[in-house]
Design a protein. Sequence first.
Length: 139
Amino acid sequence: MNDSEKFKDLKQKMIDENEAKYGEEIRAKYGAQDVEDSIANLKGLTKEQYDEAQHKRQMMEETLIAAFNSGDPAGELAQQACELHKQWLCVFYPKYSKEYHIGLGEMYVADERFRAYYDKLVPDCAEFLRDAIQVFCRL
């Protein structure tokens, strides 16, 4: 199997896992067409685009930790983290809107699955990110 085939398989595995975990839920919340559009977008990503998105996610998380330690969700570091978060989101969901971003921030706090992901970076990080996103989207 060449690298292109391996990458295609990786994307399909991501889609299948996401579908198994969240498929019904995200279709109910966002609509089948948005989910299908997002899947088509993921399938169309090049390895370079995917790697850049992973780099942005890593940079966002590092910046978010530093921002959390500063204690200011409206501060420069927190807003940089939100910009990186937005850039990462746009790779996977090109229909970005501020309302969508704010909704994700709320979900990161309300849904234990997402809260656990962000709180493993730093305890209470999900709430900090939600607050920072609210500032970011109101600028």
